[in-house]
Design a protein around this ligand. Sequence first.
Ligand code: SF4
Length: 284
Amino acid sequence: MKKEAMFYEMSKEKVHCFLCPHNCVIENGHTGKCNVRTHEDGKLYTINYGEVTSVSLDPIEKKPLHYFRPGSQILSVGSFGCNFVCGFCQNYDISQFKAKSEFVSKEELIKTILTAKNNIGVAFTYNEPSIWYEYVYDCARFLKETDPKAAVAIVTNGYISQEPLKELLPYVDAMNIDLKSINGKYYKALCGGSLEPVLKTIETAAKACHVEVTTLLVTGENDTLEEVEEIAKILSHVDPGIPLHLSRYFPRYKLENAPTDIGFMRKAEEIARKYLDKVILGNI
Ligand code: SF4
């Protein structure tokens, strides 16, 4: 469903969106880099409001969140669109394309969350939730007002501006944030983004809710022990209690590099443990 977007202003016949650090300036009839925010005659609209492409009751560990209400299940929902263009995206069919979706109103979603058996709440995941902002914000707020004990989790690339992030955080209990690399060139070349805003998101979120971080170790791109050590060191400066998931890469979408070497992953885990209390290997 089309809905007027938050976080934009008009200037010189163009719309300036400041939901994410791309800060797109969009001409009439065009969309932003995320492909889900479009300028129509002086207004910015989000086109994926309430549009659900995927829904599943998942173990919380699958998000991955290993230290937030472990052993529980969470209703996980996603839409389409992303503000990154990672060549190795595992969910490229919904992140890079306008996948088939079904409209689910805020009220319907909250009813499903509250009536699903053995469910602790909702996780916004699969595609990038930050560019599904208006729906995520409305649902998270409505759920917390209806049942403050219900959990809200966000699985994100962390590429969101500070103002929208801070407005959303009071309704969020847990986040898993990707820290894809500690190298700005990697972010630019492989993801079409930048590193600094992601680090800022981790810092801000860690003060407000439970945070875990995921790094996908991509063969030939960021699989060096020096890089893993740097990631662990930086996270330890935020909080050495932040769990770090080192995740194994498999060829997907546009990237055909070999899967991550498991021997390397074990060494990476050892190095990261010098700085962080909790390091978890994923996808192995
Ligand atoms: S949310 Fe979309 S339109 Fe807005 S700045 Fe980011 S990429 Fe551009």
